[in-house]
Design a protein around this ligand. Structure first.
Ligand code: SF4
Ligand code: SF4
Length: 158
């Protein structure tokens, strides 16, 4: 059973489709370095300049989602290709069952809603599947994001 105040991100990707992510020039340089890209390559594929300030950058979109959001083979899971070094705005975004975005993902992919107790409610089978999934997250995290993550940025070049 999860604690309502320590809800792990269950990777629905809703927040990564809804919001534009602003990053600083330094963050952009750091991500480009981690991807092994030149600045020119990184800018042309992954960020757009936003406004008159040349240091104000936005992550590009790939269709309706962030350019770094990957659909996995699992229909309920999406993943961030730069998770270990994602922008600070993403790191600071904490999942919560009180958040409308997380509630949306819970409803869309798991058929669950957040009840008055603040916990997921719905059909027992869906609840069981959801909790079983949460238990696998730590192991999945280690598998998907080893110490040196392998990212193929060309797949997402726009
Ligand atoms: S960088 Fe990663 S966490 Fe941030 S919006 Fe894009 S896919 Fe989501
Ligand atoms: S909406 Fe919530 S659960 Fe879904 S990816 Fe974002 S933080 Fe994670």
């Amino acid at each position: 059973m999860i604690d309502v105040d320590s809800m792990p991100c269950f990777r629905c990707g809703v927040c990564c489709t809804k919001y534009g992510v602003r990053i600083s020039f330094l963050e952009a340089r750091r991500i480009a370095d981690r991807l092994g890209l030149t600045w020119t390559e990184f800018v042309s594929s992954y960020v757009v300049q936003d406004g008159p300030n040349p240091e104000s950058l936005l992550l590009r979109r790939n269709g309706s989602a962030c350019v770094f959001l990957e659909n996995t083979g699992n229909s309920v899971v999406r993943r961030c290709l730069i998770h270990p070094f994602k922008p600070s705005a993403c790191k600071e975004w904490s999942p919560s069952l009180y958040r409308r975005d997380c509630q949306e993902g819970l409803a869309r992919y798991w058929g669950l809603r957040v009840g008055s107790s603040g916990l997921p409610e719905g059909p027992a089978e869906s609840l069981n599947r959801f909790y079983a999934f949460l238990e696998t997250l730590a192991a999945e995290e280690a598998k998907n994001y080893p110490q040196q993550p392998e990212v193929n940025p060309t797949v997402y070049a726009s």
